[in-house]
Design a protein around this ligand. Structure first.
Ligand code: SF4
Length: 489
């Protein structure tokens, strides 16, 4: 393959067991974001726009970063472990070309080895093809096994490499349009991708539209990105969401849709609105901040409580807490301060180490919460350990009462579509009443937003949402084998 070797970005990289844990304060108690994808095609070098877009989307994955840029003759690929700024150095990087794709990763399929980091590149019979993928292919193992029997070899255990191989062989066999269509039939799962084929850029979204993808334009060219905030950061204008099952081609002639193949059931991930996406992004026409404030408002209507102040768990509960405060009339107050310079938390072996780590990240303001009845708002609860520690800490700092309000419904089932929630046992809410959960976290009361309340807050047309981890009902058939494998980890 005529690409540069996988290079650098490895200094100071976390090991497999000491990876950074996303934007959650403690040990990844929040579900981890999946990945960010970006693509650029324009009249300037793609390197800088891709770096800017990836840095804007860093919240979607901090495990690795990479880009692949085509200069008319060859693809230059660079990827490594760590943040975008760990991997790339504009002073020394020599990456040039007018079309390219970029990726940040949090692994949900495939091991954490850097060989699984995106993007992937192949020198095929029709030229160079590169791919950055957000999501998870549920039948990747079956496809890999069958391709191996045909003599195709793989360098990684990533589902993205399987996608690339499938796409490449289908385009070789059937041509571009039919090749994409055929691949959409064979690849099951969630995928939002930026793909380049020689000097053309493609934005591709799975037929259910599970993970988000947008396209925009600035004075320098076209931008494909997981979230619209990346287009804002490049001073661009949002053109449109890539529709479920759509393939958009961006060439020197402009943009055009070459495939339109949506499923009967459109299912945008509700967690993009609850937690993953940035509040300044617009996902499938809905502003994330507005949706979160609505969640807080509806939560206040569904589960009111008499208290003195509304305090968010920073940063994840902030928008929902603002909504709760607006609706209830109780003042919104910052009662927990987050240490912004302690971004990386490592897995802590003992309970007391974990408590110390939480305290390093979050410290209550005694003068704010002391003697007060507090409504403590967070966006979601997965395991509940962090919430238990926070409640304990707030009691220690003098809070008179703590009423926990969660701005999304109970998470009770795994995600198979690119989110790091794989085992049923990890969910505190599974099989328990709210009273039982409340006893575990030690609050005075606990309430979750209802599923209907969530739908109302997001206000997605026809309720086209994936609610799989809330209901156990998924938009894509999950093979029994996969479900058994995942839940028995
Ligand atoms: S199962 Fe949950 S986290 Fe996964 S895509 Fe569906 S809504 Fe999102």
């Amino acid at each position: 393959m005529d690409t540069t070797p996988i290079t650098s970005g490895l200094r100071g990289a976390p090991t497999v067991d000491s990876r950074p844990q996303g934007s959650d304060p403690i040990n990844g108690q929040k579900p981890s974001e999946d990945c960010a994808v970006v693509g650029f095609k324009g009249k300037i070098n793609a390197y800088n726009p891709i770096i800017t877009a990836l840095r804007t989307l860093q919240h979607r994955g901090q495990e690795s970063a990479g880009m692949a840029v085509f200069d008319g003759k060859k693809v230059t690929l660079k990827k490594g472990s760590g943040l975008v700024t760990d991997v790339f150095n504009p002073a020394t990087d020599d990456i040039k070309g007018y079309v390219g794709v970029g990726h940040t990763r949090y692994s949900t399929a495939g091991s954490k080895n850097v060989v699984n980091a995106g993007p992937f590149v192949m020198n095929s019979s029709f030229g160079y093809i590169t791919i950055s993928h957000n999501g998870e292919i549920v039948n990747a193992d079956e496809l890999r096994d069958s391709m191996k029997k045909e003599g195709i070899t793989f360098q990684s255990d990533s589902d993205t490499e399987v996608m690339l191989a499938e796409l490449s062989r289908n385009i070789s066999k059937y041509g571009l349009k039919r090749g994409f269509e055929q691949s959409m039939e064979s690849l099951r799962g969630a995928y939002a991708c930026a793909i380049s084929i020689n000097d053309r850029l493609y934005a591709v979204r799975d037929p259910n539209g599970i993970r988000p993808l947008v396209i925009g334009k600035n004075n320098d060219g076209y931008i494909v990105a997981s979230e619209s905030c990346a287009i804002d950061a490049l001073e661009g204008t949002l053109i449109k969401n890539i529709e479920p099952g759509e393939v958009v081609e961006i060439s020197d002639e402009g943009i055009r849709t070459i495939v339109s193949k949506s499923a009967n059931r459109i299912a945008h991930c509700m967690f993009e609105y609850v937690y993953f996406s940035r509040p300044d992004s617009v996902i499938d026409g809905i502003n994330v901040y507005a949706a979160r404030v609505n969640m807080g408002r509806i939560l206040a209507k569904e589960s009111p409580v008499e208290a003195d102040i509304v305090v968010p768990v920073p940063d994840s509960g902030r928008s929902q807490a603002i909504g709760y405060s607006m609706e209830s009339g109780m003042p919104y107050t910052e009662g927990l301060i987050k240490n912004r310079y302690s971004e990386r938390t490592f897995i802590m072996p003992t309970q007391s180490d974990r408590k110390a780590a939480i305290h390093l990240k979050l410290n209550p303001i005694r003068e704010v919460i002391g003697g007060k009845k507090v409504v403590l708002v967070d966006d979601s609860i997965v395991r509940g350990n962090t919430m238990r520690f926070i409640v304990g800490l707030m009691r220690k700092y003098g809070a008179k009462e703590i009423h926990v309000r969660i701005g999304s419904p109970h998470i009770i089932a795994p995600c198979y579509f690119g989110v790091d929630m794989k085992t049923k046992d990890q969910f505190i809410a599974r099989g328990k009443t709210d009273e039982e959960i409340n006893r575990e976290i030690g609050a005075d009361s606990l309430a979750f937003l209802s599923v209907d309340g969530l739908k109302q807050a997001i206000s997605m047309k026809n309720n086209n949402l994936c609610l799989g981890c809330l209901t156990g009902e998924y938009p894509i058939d999950i093979s029994k084998k996969l479900a058994e494998n995942i839940t028995s980890y």
